[in-house]
Structures are given as structure tokens and as C-alpha cells.
Design a protein around this ligand. Sequence first.
Ligand code: F6P
Length: 447
Amino acid sequence: MTDIVVVSNRGPVSYRLEAGRPVASSASGGLAGTLRPLLAGSGTTWVAATIGEGDRLAAREGLVEADGIRVVPVDTEPAIFQMAYEVISNGTLWFCHHHLFDLARRPRFDWHWHEAWAGFRRYNRAFANAVIEEAPDGATVLVQDYHLSLLGSMLAEARPDLSSVHFLHTPFGEPDMVGVLPTAAAGELLAGLAGFGACGFHTERWASAFARCYDQPELAAAAGTDAAPATFVAPLGPAPEALAAGAVGPATVAASERLAEAVAGRRLIVRVDRIELSKNLLRGFWAFEELVYPSRESLAEYIGYRSEVEHAVARINERFGTPEWTPILFEAADDYPRSLAGLAAYDVLLVNPVRDGMNMVAKEGPLLNRRDGVVVLSRLAGAWDELSEAAIGVNPFDITGTAEALEVALLMAPEERARRAAHLIRAISARTASDWLDDQLRAAARP
Ligand code: F6P
């Protein structure tokens, strides 16, 4: 593994400042949390950004270390990082690939945005330079996610000896959505990705959307090529041992006890999500509201997604709550043991993103659940492709349809629940996180 270089925005370890000194905490959740245990002790090089002041100080003092992984920090100026991470990666590419643009008003590609795009290019260049300097001869370079879309062409030009692949953990925008980006930027994006030996996706749907971008004459002209790079499909699977260990930890046991007390023997619909637009929390809560009572008032226009979510929860609880029953137990703080406790205890798991690369909650839930719980799953999540035979599918935009699906799930006969739960476990157990890593290495090794 010493001739493998992993490249991602967030690395295996992050540092916070305590009394002016950097203190390490290991990555949890997400891509970095998945990769770190797979690479521990391997001597693999991992190139990652310095994200806050703690990371920057640790990098300057040469302290960065993670479980026998050789971490190479890329220390870009905070202003460049902010433009690359917030304005372009999270504010533009995330919206493009998840089809979240509110096209009547946003995006706005003004001078500020174009300056940020230049910052994104500099951030990608800084990563490319680190890989160019650090990668051993003929190394395999595994680049992760949309933040680093431009790296392919930069590496191909300077280090043709490397075998590089890009793996995208989100969907890829359909060509019309990629065409919303300023044409030169869309071209640069597609040219950057075309420089990789292969580009990987969680499902065939995202791979196909990507390849079809090169069939659009304007996009191909801007990219300078109509030849899409090779693609491969490698669905990410969960890490069952780590999940099982987390499920029996003392913090999870305590969270389970608190949850059981709050639920008091009622049936439980669970969702575990970041508060983020693609996760479609609002429509999930509105569907719950229709399920409880079949009519609904409209809400104020979009102000801030989180405050809208909080408002929806408060309103529904106010409307239907009794002294003995709080309909929605909404917990905004990130608390992994509590998430595990919820996943173990659900009768129904609601996963309704408007579009999602994979969605690991849909895969981890059934492995942890102890009640033959039913999964209600958006057909626009990548996980749907593997779980469609045993989950109940929903169109994530259809609130009434989602409410009906929740009702079907709650009323399902025990034998049918058990049959579906067993099917889900079989489908999910067919692949683990390490199969996904092996697929990337195989794709990189192809001539
Ligand atoms: O879920 C998609 C994803 O890109 C993951 O691969 C990654 O861990 C995460 O989103 C990025 O989140 P953050 O911006 O918090 O690093």
C-alpha cells in the first residue's frame, strides 16, 4: 500500500486548538471516517487540506499523524480555502450535482463567483503540486470527491507515470444542470475529470449522467474533448465490524435507554441526516404531518433551511403534541451513539433525499436494526439501485406519496417486515467498504 496516494479535502485526522495547542481527533463519519480504518498501518500517503487554525498549526509544526498513515497537509491560504470549499464545492458543485439550484433566483455567477472559481483552481493546483512532489514513481492516486475535480488534467500533464482515478461520492449533475455553470468553468471541470485514468461513481445512473455531458456539443467544445474518460461503478458498502462495535459501546447503550424512555412503547419512525437541503427534511416532516392529519398549511418562503426545519418541527409538535406525546423528537447536535441507538430501534426508517450519491444511513440502518424495521427510501438515492426489492420506494417530492408509504410501512404485517428486513441485510452485506476500495485500485490498474 506504500505506492498508493489518497487525496481528499478532509483528511484522516483534524486538530482543534486547546489553550493554543493543536489536539488531534480522528475523522468520524463520511468519507474520511470510512477510509481511515481501511488504510490504518498501511503506510499509504494521504494528501488532505488544512481546514482550521488547529490543522494549520499542526501542519506547520510537523505534528500531523494518523494510525500509520503518512499524512501530507496542503496548507492553502484561508481565503483560497473558503472560496474553493464554500463558494465552489459546497455552494456550486454540490447544488449542481444534487439538482438543488433554485433557478429563478440562483445561482448568480457574478465577479465574486468568478474570483472564487479562480480560488478553486488554485486550491486544486496546490493539491496537484503536493501529489506531484510526494507520489512515488508509478504510484496509484485515488482522488476523492467534487472538491478536487480539476486534478486529473494537472496530474496527467506533470506526472504521466501515475495511475489516477477520481471517485465521486455525490451524484453527477445531468448535462442540462452542468450546462447552467458558466460554459468555460463547465469545460474546465469536464477537462479536469477527463485527465483521470477513470472516474468512479456509486451507481450507473451517475456514471451515465457524467458520460452524457461529453455528448453535449457546447460542453464538449468547452472541455476541448468529446471523449468521456473511462467510468466504473463501485457502490460503497458499510464497515460491519465498526458498526457492530459502535452499537454495543456504553454511549450507545445509554442513548438507547434514553430513547426507549422517550418513546415509551410507541412505534418509532427514525431519520438520521445532516441538516442539509439534499436530505429533504422538510418534505419528510410534512409527510409525517399528513400521515398524522391529512391537511397542511403552507409555510413561509425559504429563509434558512435549518430554521425552516426547526420551525416545521415546532409547528407539528405544537399542533399534535399532548402532555404524554411529543410527535417529533428533533435533535440537531451531531451525536453518533444516539444515531446508532435510533437506527437499532426504528420501526420505520425514512431516507428521502431529493438526490443522493449513495446514502449510507439506508445501508447502516438495516444492519443495526433489531425490530425488523421497514425502510422507506427515495428512488433518487444511489442506495435505491441495490435496495429496491426490499425497501418501499418514494418519489421524494411527493409529500402525500411519502405519507402513504410511511403508513404502509407502519401497518405492514410482521412476517412481511421480517422478510424484507432479511432481504435488506443480504443485499447490503454483499459489499463492504473494502470491496469499494479494491474496485478503485482495480480501475486504476486497468490499462
Ligand atoms: O456525502 C458526500 C460527501 O462528499 C462525502 O464523501 C464527504 O464525506 C462529505 O460529503 C463532505 O462533507 P464535508 O463538507 O463536511 O467534508
